[in-house]
Ligand binder design. Structure first.
Ligand SMILES: NS(=O)(=O)c1ccc2oc(NC(=O)c3ccccc3)nc2c1
Ligand SMILES: [Zn+2]
Length: 261
């Protein structure tokens, strides 16, 4: 059935030479969000986002994507509300994108891909002492997903794009001391939410996904800048960093809730 073909696809997908046996596999991510199957939940609260731009630390190319990491030793940059029982601390954000504009996002909406997707990764520091422990727990992480669509130039993203040549190769890092990632989040409050997993190893089923309904607009040059990054380290044969998204996973017996009617 569909499930075993997913299993096979996961095992064969080039980027994720994950062992044939993926973890449990009852709440894997990403998924297709079928708009008409999502259930409006009037008890979902608005998501409250409070980031302190001075908690920004550095940008680095980890060989999967480029990450902007934050100082998560205090509650200075947090999210609260939405589907969440506790407040969650911002750890890092990163993107997934395609070689061309026809695909690139991890989640799809009514089977439509966006050219890229932003993930803002947070962890439950109220209940767990470290990020590493939170990664192993069902309510450990909360990731906000924001779709990127081709359109107008995005001013806030440009400061990131300007820094990318300095992290072209895997395992390069540069200091990035002030950045407010809320400029990358649409002002429209509408979102979908479901219980899922990390989409790269360790693929642990510890993520409450909060997927914003509205995309942000970025221009062609900004998407092309992502595609100039490399999976490979300096001195290795160059492999462009593109198509760093995981294949869609089976919904199994999950429902996707919406914060809007
Ligand atoms: N595509 S994803 O599902 O958002 C996703 C997938 C896999 C991830 O591994 C980590 N680890 C750290 O951030 C980390 C940062 C610093 C120290 C330890 C871990 N974040 C992830 C997000
Ligand atoms: Zn991601």
């Amino acid at each position: 059935g569909a499930c075993c073909s997913y299993r096979l696809r996961n095992a064969l997908h080039p980027l994720w030479q994950s062992p044939l046996s993926i973890p449990g596999g009852s709440r894997q991510s990403p998924i297709n969000i079928q708009w008409r199957d999502s259930i409006y939940d009037p008890f979902l609260k608005p998501l409250k986002i409070c980031y302190d731009p001075t908690t920004c630390l550095h940008i680095w190319n980890n060989g999967y994507s480029f990450l902007v990491e934050f100082d998560d030793s205090t509650d200075k940059s947090i999210i609260v509300g939405g589907p969440l029982e506790n407040q969650y601390r911002l750890k890092q954000f990163h993107f997934h994108w395609g070689a061309i504009n026809e695909w690139g996002s991890e989640h799809t909406v009514d089977s439509k891909f966006y050219p890229a997707e932003l993930h803002l990764v947070h962890w439950n520091a109220v209940v767990y002492p470290t990020f590493e422990e939170a990664v192993m727990e069902g309510n450990g992480l909360a990731v906000i997903g924001v779709f990127l669509k081709l359109g107008a130039h995005h001013e806030g993203l440009q400061t990131l794009v300007d820094a990318l040549p300095a992290v072209k190769h895997k395992d390069t890092v540069i200091e990035f001391d002030v950045f407010d990632p809320s400029c990358l989040i649409p002002s429209c409050p509408d979102y979908w939410t479901y219980a899922g997993s990390l989409t790269t190893p360790p693929l642990t089923e510890s993520v409450t996904w909060i997927i914003k309904k509205k995309p942000i607009e970025v221009d062609e040059n900004q998407l092309e800048a992502f595609r100039m990054l490399l999976f490979t380290s300096d001195g290795e044969e160059e492999k462009r960093m593109v198509d760093n998204f995981r294949p869609l996973q089976p919904l199994m017996n999950r429902t996707v809730r919406s914060s809007f009617q």
